[in-house]
Ligand binder design. Structure first.
Ligand code: NAP
Length: 244
């Protein structure tokens, strides 16, 4: 068997970037996907310098058309995709009563519909091959709820339902579908939080720290491995114990 190919969405920074790096170090060929082609090329070039085999596709996960175009380019040029990490995600926070339709829609489109359409692109190849791994990056708030994040939480809870349904649909083809639910992780997404809120989060976390992108990437690396082949439909919390 040759090298397996993993596609990671949202690979320009934060959790997705580290997932791409960790999977490359573990010996996978890695396709990096996001909107900013230039950033992707920079990261890909760095990874290649360290001996990784990488490719990039520019794709906007909020657009069905862009997903179709990006993924068909990826499979035409780089062959079959064995592993998909649906990591790209955005937040547009606000109280539900005043939430703008555009903010509701773009978050659902990117986080939930984008992950679904991306998965649809890779499933036929995985089914033919009778091997595949899909990992959806959800969130602790998708399990708990969170005021001020109705759109984001709905998208992340939706991903958990999607994970379990797909796991049941494609299990007979030896494809596993799992979710990773991070708690508070130090990335651009959380850099804007007030110091006060950050301290509160940390004191509510039994492990008394924020998580790192590496913490999340380790869980992803495990779930896509051969060794995790009997785990499907699972939501793996990487949250320092803030929710159990
Ligand atoms: P981040 O630093 O903000 O990075 C988000 C990534 O998603 C970027 O690479 C961005 O690239 C990409 N992206 C955003 N919109 C996109 C679109 N329309 N099409 C394609 N790519 C898009 O976020 P992060 O903190 O690493 O989070 C990664 C995932 O973990 C997200 O799903 C997030 O919800 C989840 N998560 C994060 C935390 C946390 O505390 N940080 C906690 C729980 C869950 P471009 O801008 O170049 O497109």
């Amino acid at each position: 068997m040759g090298k397996r190919t993993a596609l990671v969405t949202g690979a320009t920074r934060g959790i997705g970037k580290v997932c791409a790096q960790v999977l490359a170090s573990a010996g996978y060929r890695v396709i990096l996907a996001a909107r900013s082609a230039q950033k992707l090329e920079e990261i890909s070039a760095d990874m290649r310098q360290n001996g990784a085999e990488t490719f990039v596709i520019e794709v906007d996960l909020s657009s069905h058309q862009s997903i179709g175009a990006g993924f068909s380019k990826a499979s035409k040029e780089f062959g079959r995709i064995d592993i998909l990490v649906n990591n790209a995600g955005i937040a547009k926070d606000g109280l539900a009563v005043r939430m703008k339709q555009a903010d509701w829609e773009v978050v659902l489109q990117t986080n939930l519909s984008g992950s679904f359409y991306a998965t649809q692109q890779v499933l036929p190849g995985m089914m033919r091959e009778r091997w595949g791994r899909v990992v959806n990056i959800t969130s602790v708030v998708g399990e708990m709820g969170n005021p001020g994040q109705a759109n984001y939480v709905a998208s992340k809870a939706g991903l958990i339902g999607l994970t379990k349904s797909l796991a049941q649909e494609v299990g007979s083809r030896n494809i596993t579908v799992n979710a990773v639910a991070p708690g508070f992780i130090g990335t651009d997404m959380t850099v804007g939080l007030s110091n006060e809120l950050m301290q509160k989060m940390i004191s509510n976390t039994p492990l008394r720290r924020m998580g790192t992108p590496e913490d999340v990437a380790s869980a992803v690396k495990f779930l896509v491995s051969e060794e995790a082949g009997f785990i499907t439909g699972h939501v793996l919390d990487v949250n320092g114990g803030i929710y159990m």
